[in-house]
Design a protein around this ligand. Structure first.
Ligand code: GLY
Length: 294
């Protein structure tokens, strides 16, 4: 039995359709997730991930990504990488080719180039226009691209996959729009942005990275399932705990999603409706989760 999950309507659809195509072509689950996220990173129309995504306050795109193998807890991640895309492929190379879990910034970029990645300009004409809009009218730009979740086509793409008892989790993002250069959110942090353990299941996060990281959202949800909670119960428990201890998590969208050994899934979020793509066979379907009660 195979189940794939992918976050947010527009970028999640790009990712899940590519992942399904790779699955049908016979690729292993990690490649399925990697290629799904890569397709979203390479689509310049998506503003929160990869090529053409919203830059930092210096006008430079900085990417974060991570991938985790539930079989043996191996993981690879990169953070604050400039000028190379897709970051998820560099993250997988970190896992495969080094003894480390994460490489950061300029040294992650150097590693990627050593591995054969081509440097490229990730700023498109459209995101230069958005950056200039933010520079001249920051409040309007914040409303349009950061707070209006549907309008800015979503956030980090996080994917979870299950195939015959094996889990893979992956995430890719450009992080918060107009962030301080060097800022890293939850997405590339194992336990915060993603976690996968074949003993139990997988979980991921998307949204406001500072709060999701402090709450160790993904690890907390997996450990909830280890205690016998369903994926939905584990997500709700995680989000209630985050809201209780970190009320700032109500100010922006925070999401945790989880996938269990039987293919059941769940999600919980704070202040907006969260769209999640789910695929088992046939066409992927979009599920919408309401925010947890305040
Ligand atoms: N969840 C994406 C970020 O905050 O960087």
């Amino acid at each position: 039995m195979t189940t794939l999950l992918s976050t947010w309507e527009a970028p999640g659809e790009v990712a899940i359709r590519e992942a399904i195509a790779r699955y049908k072509a016979g690729h292993d689950l990690m490649t399925v997730i990697e290629e799904g996220l890569s397709a979203a990173e390479l689509d310049p129309s998506l503003v929160a991930i990869g090529l053409g995504s919203l830059p930092n306050s210096d006008g430079e795109v900085e990417l974060d990504a991570a991938i985790m193998d539930g079989r043996d807890l191996r993981a690879g991640a990169v953070c604050a990488v400039r000028g190379i895309c897709p970051a998820i492929k560099i993250a997988r190379k970190v896992m495969q080719k080094t003894k480390h879990v994460m490489l950061a910034g300029e040294q992650a970029r150097r590693f990627a180039i050593e591995q054969g990645f081509q440097p490229q300009n990730l700023m498109t004409a459209e995101n230069i226009r958005r950056y200039n809009e933010w520079r001249s009218r920051p409040e309007e730009a914040e409303k349009r691209y950061v707070h209006a979740v549907e309008e800015h086509h979503g956030d980090t793409v996080t994917m979870l996959g299950l195939q015959d008892g094996h889990f893979v989790a992956g995430s890719a993002t450009s992080g918060l729009a107009w962030k301080k250069p060097g800022r890293v959110g939850d997405s590339p942090i194992i336990g915060a942005g993603i976690y996968a353990d074949d003993e139990v299941g997988a979980a991921g996060a998307t949204g406001y990275g500072e709060e999701l990281w402090k709450g160790m959202a993904s690890f907390r949800a997996v450990e909830g399932m280890r205690r016998g909670l369903t994926p939905q119960e584990a997500c709700e428990e995680t989000m209630r705990q985050i809201v209780r201890r970190q009320p700032a998590s109500l100010d922006m969208m925070c999401v945790v999603l989880a996938l269990g050994k039987d293919g059941s899934f769940g999600a919980a979020c704070t202040n907006d409706v969260f769209p999640l793509w789910v695929w088992r066979d046939g066409e992927p379907t979009l599920h919408r989760f309401e925010p947890i009660a305040r």
